[in-house]
Write a protein of this length. Structure first.
Length: 317
């Protein structure tokens, strides 16, 4: 049995490696085959998944490309960038705090002046809620960072998207509409603007602070509302880009779930669940985790890995 288990584990490891390598190749084929230098930005790139994404991009993009990683703390960001530069990679640091709109605008302005636009943008930064804390203690800070911060990034960086660019928001499998009340599903799925979505999210925060989430029709899972809101925001951006005749061709926006990953923010949840811990992956990148997800009609559309092509033509879903 031990021998069978060993060979089975080896086979699954090999299959997973092949699968993610294949997805990585598909996702970045258009970027890497174009030998022109690229500008990539990884928001929240000083640690965890974001750091690995920055490393992967710096290794993969054409020669002469530059990867920017952002961090809330400028010193931590520079330390992370220096570590990657020591490995021979072209990486720079930028200060950006998702909870501070002025820093988001300043970072976008810096990139616009230096490069005129960006080719790859990955939003990985997030507020990490504590596993055992009541929502009343963190809901406002979480929504302000993960959602209103995401809205600000989508607004500020939208004008910088070049033809064929890729805009990825790291969300979660919690970002589906399943388990939500029909009324909340409809409100999230039909939000026409970031302001409309912000109203729903603010109502959730007020409900969480009262401790009445369940009675008010909101989810009680620790960050489900935040992740559903992120996916809904990506869908709003997709619709805006699709409707705008000035959107550069070939722009793709998407929300993705990287799966359970051993990071500082996920560690408390993994410690609490051996089953989750056994499934978690150590230091992966999300470069290969951009699988297409089917769009559900009507009330199902706001969840899952929303996204698609923002230019003219169909979407990736």
């Amino acid at each position: 049995m031990k021998r069978l288990s060993f060979f089975l584990s080896f086979f699954l490891f090999f299959l997973s490696f092949f699968f993610f390598s294949f997805l990585f190749s598909l996702t970045f084929f258009s970027l890497c085959c174009n030998k022109h230098p690229k500008i990539a930005v990884v928001i929240g790139g000083n640690r965890g998944i974001g750091f690995e994404v920055a490393r992967g991009l710096a290794r993969t993009l054409p020669g002469g490309s530059t990867v920017y990683l952002t961090a809330r703390d400028a010193a931590q960001g520079e330390a992370a960038a220096a570590e990657l530069r020591a490995a021979g990679l072209q990486v720079r640091a930028l200060a950006l705090d998702l909870a501070d709109a002025s820093t988001v605008e300043a970072a976008a302005d810096t990139l616009a002046k230096a490069h005129g636009g960006v080719d790859v943008l990955v939003l990985s930064g997030a507020y990490a809620a504590k596993a055992d804390a009541p929502a009343a203690t963190y809901a406002r800070a979480m929504i302000a960072t993960n959602n209103f911060g995401t809205h600000q990034v989508l607004r500020a960086f939208r004008p910088l998207l070049r033809a064929g660019s890729r805009f990825t928001v790291v969300a979660s499998g919690f970002g589906t509409l399943s388990g939500l009340s029909p009324d909340l599903q409809t409100r999230l799925d039909t939000a026409a603007s970031f302001d409309d979505l912000a109203q729903v999210l603010e109502q959730y925060v007020q409900s969480a602070e009262r401790g009445t989430e369940a009675a008010d029709g909101f989810p009680v899972v620790f960050n489900k509302m935040s992740k559903v809101g992120q996916v809904a925001a990506v869908r709003i951006l997709h619709r805006q880009l699709h409707a705008d005749p000035n959107t550069p061709p070939g722009v793709v926006v998407r929300a993705v779930c990287p799966g359970w990953t051993v990071t500082a923010s996920a560690q408390p949840f993994l410690d609490a669940s051996p089953e989750l811990r056994s499934r978690a992956k150590v230091s992966p990148t999300i470069l290969g985790k951009t699988t297409k997800k089917k769009k559900k009609k009507k009330k199902g559309g706001g969840g899952g890995g929303g996204g698609g092509e923002g230019g003219r033509g169909g979407g990736e879903g």
